[in-house]
Ligand binder design. Sequence first.
Ligand code: GSY
Length: 166
Amino acid sequence: MSVRGADQTHRAYLALGSNLGDRRRYLQGAINGLARADGVTVIAVSPVYETEPVGGPVQDDYLNAVVAIDTTLDPYALLDLAHEREAEARRVRVEKDGPRTLDVDVLLYDDVELDDPVLTIPHPRMWERGFVLAPLHDIAPDRVVGSGTWPGVRMASVTLDLPPAR
Ligand code: GSY
C-alpha cells in the first residue's frame, strides 16, 4: 500500500449497522462522532435500509447505512476511530456475528488494496452483502457493480442527518 503525505485527503467509505436498542440513535451517534474527529469530514450519508441479518444466530433486523468521508487519517488510524465509535456505543462482543448496538466497518479507502492481519481493504465480504451494496450504491454508484436491488434489503422509514458543521 502507498499512502501519500499525512496531509493528503483520502476518500473513504464506512459501513454502519445496528440491530440492538435504539438503532437509529446509534447510527446517528456514530456519524456525529466521526465528524468530531480531527482529520475527518463527513461528505455524504446514505439512506437507511432495514435489512435481514446475515449470518449469526436468530436476531432482529438491522438498520444499515454507509457514510463517505474525506480524511487525512491513514487506514489504520481510521480503523481505530471506527473501533472507538463502537466502544462509545458500548458494544459488547458476546457471540460471533450476534446482535450489536453498532458495527463500523472500513469498506474502501481511495483505491487502496491492503491485506494484512489487522485490516483488509476493500472489506473482504462487502461484495456479497446487499446491506452494504445498496447504501453504497446510493452515494457512490461508480464504486458498485450491480443492479441496485438486493434481496433482504428494504428502505427504512427513518433517515440520518449530516452532522452539524464543525
Ligand atoms: O458485518 C456487520 C454486522 N452484520 C450485519 C449487518 O450490519 N447487517 C445485516 N443485515 N446482517 C449482518 N450480519 C452482521 S455480522
